[in-house]
Design a protein around this ligand. Structure first.
Ligand code: GLU
Length: 423
């Protein structure tokens, strides 16, 4: 079967997403018509974004919004600002969102957006103009009942506020439910910012329980110190796990005795110091961090970090995928042979979109919940998704990634079968 009917999607991340899908589809005997149909995104929009820069010149950026599938509800997924963003990567991330929302049982499909930009090079004004122009260009296909963006790598609550404002200006009234991950002042939810990290911790605790490993004996290494990595490190240290290694995109530090995470977060925030220059441990590269001695390894940065080249050198017992697509299919097989317990991305990092769902529900109902409500409901959804995936993997003798994918894909397939093919 072909990769997709859209040749521009032929990029490494999309190849990985399709290879995973093909493997799951084969194992579950998915209807071949549905298999072919779900390989290509339902709708892909490429936009060029002219932006007046501070020096008076106009610079043109490329932006994308891909809606992979909306059979189960409005499509949902983040917006990434990164210099490597391309249509194939965005399409892969959109496909993963479809399986992720389905596995968690959220009434959403999957989407993703992105702009090819190194956001740190832009002034705040340039970033705002770029975001507003992007919002105006994707305006026809987004909306609280159509497609709901959220933060991802390189974007944050402020970017969501500009998106919400631009959309609201176009329709003439405030529409908080058009994006999630907004500031609290315009309908954001308590607990959304830390939600992905909290979810990473929740599912890791489930895995520790399953494998009968005490938290007191657990050491954790985390690659990436963005929203996911930093919150994961913080919550892990709060609950008493020993965080032994962390890094940002330049490099990191390792200390087998444990790192002082609250102090590192303070220095990082207040003084803007890079992780690898901090004196709390030995310097490690991002590659070396993946092979340090630890109980739990958490890649929380970008895709394709654990590959055929380094998989056999991993020393962890549990791999919790905070990032989307951090492990290649060949590496998966090596990890399985080594007996490493993998909590796949579509389960491990789904805390973000689960609390996004809570935010959207609160916006639509205009009724807001307490912090504890958010945490408890998040924990409940994750615990049942984890248990369902685990028991499927045990009864069907398959690994956790295939179990999670098959569960998600099956829910999407059921929706398609019920709805039929139009016309
Ligand atoms: N960008 C996050 C993800 O990859 C969150 C998406 C959302 O909240 O819609 O899951």
């Amino acid at each position: 079967m072909s990769l997709s009917v859209i040749p521009e999607l032929d990029q490494p991340e999309f190849r990985l997403a399709v290879a995973q899908f093909d493997q799951a589809a084969k194992a579950m005997h998915l209807d071949p018509n549905l298999h072919e149909r779900l390989k290509s995104p339902q709708r892909s929009l490429s936009v060029s974004l002219p932006v007046r820069m501070d020096d008076g010149n106009v610079k043109v950026f490329m932006g994308y919004r891909v809606q992979h599938d909306s059979a189960r509800g409005p499509s949902k997924g983040g917006i990434r600002y990164h210099q490597d963003v391309n249509l194939g990567e965005v399409a892969a991330l959109a496909m993963w969102m479809t399986w992720k929302t389905a596995l968690a049982g959220l009434p959403f499909g999957g989407a993703k957006g992105g702009i090819t930009v190194h956001a740190a090079d832009l002034s705040l004004g340039e970033l705002e103009r770029l975001t507003r122009r992007y919002a105006a260009e994707i305006f026809p296909i987004i909306g609280p009942d159509k497609d709901i963006p959220a933060p991802d790598i390189g974007t944050n609550a402020q970017v969501m506020a500009w998106l919400m404002d631009t959309y609201s200006q176009q329709v003439g009234y405030a529409v908080p439910g058009v994006v999630t991950g907004k500031p609290l002042s315009i309908g954001g939810s308590l607990g959304r910012e830390e939600a992905t990290g909290r979810g990473v911790v929740d599912v890791t605790l489930e895995a520790l329980k399953h494998l009968k490993i005490n938290l007191a004996d657990t050491s954790v290494a985390i690659q990436g110190f963005g929203n996911v990595g930093a919150h994961t490190a913080h919550i892990m240290s709060q609950i008493g796990a020993k965080v032994v290694a962390i890094s940002d995109h330049i490099g990191g530090i390792y200390n087998p005795k444990g790192l002082d995470i609250p102090e590192i977060i303070r220095i990082h925030k207040e003084e803007g110091q890079r992780i690898h220059t901090m004196k709390f441990g030995d310097k490690v590269t991002n590659e070396e961090l993946l092979t340090v001695n630890c109980t739990v390894l958490i890649p929380a940065a970008v895709a394709e970090q654990i590959t055929i080249k380094n998989a056999d050198r991993l020393l962890c017992r549990i791999l919790t995928e905070g990032a989307n697509g951090p492990t290649t299919l060949e590496a998966d097989q090596i990890l399985e042979e080594k007996g490493i317990f993998t909590i796949p991305d579509i389960l491990a990092n789904s805390g973000g979109v689960i609390v996004s769902y809570f935010e959207w529900v609160q916006d639509v109902q205009r009724f807001f919940w307490k912090d504890m409500d958010i945490r408890d409901r998040l924990k409940d959804i994750l615990a049942s998704a984890f248990q369902r995936t685990l028991s499927f993997s045990q009864t069907q003798k398959t690994n956790m990634r295939m179990a999670a994918l098959i569960n998600g894909i099956d829910r999407v397939a059921q929706a398609h079968l019920a709805r039929g093919l139009y016309p």
